[in-house]
Design a protein around this ligand. Structure first.
Ligand SMILES: [Zn+2]
Length: 272
């Protein structure tokens, strides 16, 4: 058993509807202590809150709109997320609060039609995080530099407020260059590391050993991006143990030490 934290799992996804209880049991057996649930858009909120209510203190919801859900109805999506964060349309289940603003970001991989709308949406959601003093969960694909730029702009803005706040968060599923990793770390952000670390040609081996362990957190992005040897199949929080094993090799330490360090980093980031 390793003291793990999964900082990014869409465990409310329909692909877990048949056996979610078993998935959670395997997570607990593997040592997973907490699971962060990032939202996608309006359509995922109900299932996410139901799971958070069923697993209080264990499955912790975040609220935001994913860049791939920023389209023609972006304003309606953003207004809904904003209401849940600032003025919930209905009472949150007992003891439940949002632990982060996410999943938010930029994704120029599939389509750049809505690139400018994505940037506006990200800037607006970064402002929420500053106002609420919450970390952000960032998704970036083919858009690392643009995301880093927007975070820097938001940090400058946050520093100018009457009660200055430094925007913080996680570059989820980080896949960038050494320079981009160093920029993220200079911003005080963490790099979220998951299944890609175990992939042949994943590329993280060229970046990570040069980044100190204090800047890393573990994640799955379940049901996506399962680590080797489950690559291509459904991912689940227990598999963070496989990522810890890979990092142990790179950092010359034990999986337990990796799990402890990354869980402490998550606790610091989320304020647990
Ligand atoms: Zn995600």
């Amino acid at each position: 058993m390793l003291p793990l934290t999964d900082t990014h799992a869409h465990l409310y996804h329909g692909r877990f509807d048949q056996d979610r209880g078993e998935v959670l049991a395997r997570a607990r057996e593997a040592g997973v202590q907490r699971i962060v649930l990032p939202n996608i858009d309006r359509s995922s909120i109900r299932a996410m809150l139901d799971l958070a209510a069923a697993e209080p203190g264990y499955c912790l919801p975040a609220m935001g709109i994913h860049p791939c859900s920023i389209g023609a109805d972006a304003d309606a999506e953003l207004d809904a997320a904003e209401a849940w964060l600032f003025n919930p349309p209905e009472a949150l289940p007992q003891g439940i609060r949002f632990c982060a603003v996410g999943e938010i970001g930029l994704d120029f991989y599939w389509d750049t039609t809505h690139a400018e709308a994505q940037k506006r949406a990200l800037a607006r959601q970064l402002d929420w995080a500053i106002t609420l003093d919450l970390p952000v969960l960032l998704h970036t694909r083919e858009a690392n530099d643009a995301t880093l730029d927007l975070v820097e702009a938001a940090q400058r803005k946050g520093a100018g407020e009457a009660s200055p706040r430094r925007l913080r968060g996680i570059y989820h599923c980080f896949s960038g260059t050494v320079e981009q990793a160093e920029r993220a770390v200079a911003q005080g952000f963490m790099l979220g590391i998951g299944g890609v670390a175990t992939f042949k040609n994943g590329g993280l081996d060229r970046v990570l050993p040069g980044i100190a362990l204090e800047h890393l957190v573990l994640e799955t992005d379940a049901p996506y991006l399962a680590p080797t040897p489950h690559r291509g199949k459904r991912n689940e929080p227990a598999y963070t143990a496989l990522v810890a094993e890979r990092l142990a090799g790179w950092y010359g330490t034990t999986p337990t030490a990796i799990a402890e360090a990354t869980s402490q980093n998550a606790a610091r980031m989320f304020g647990w």
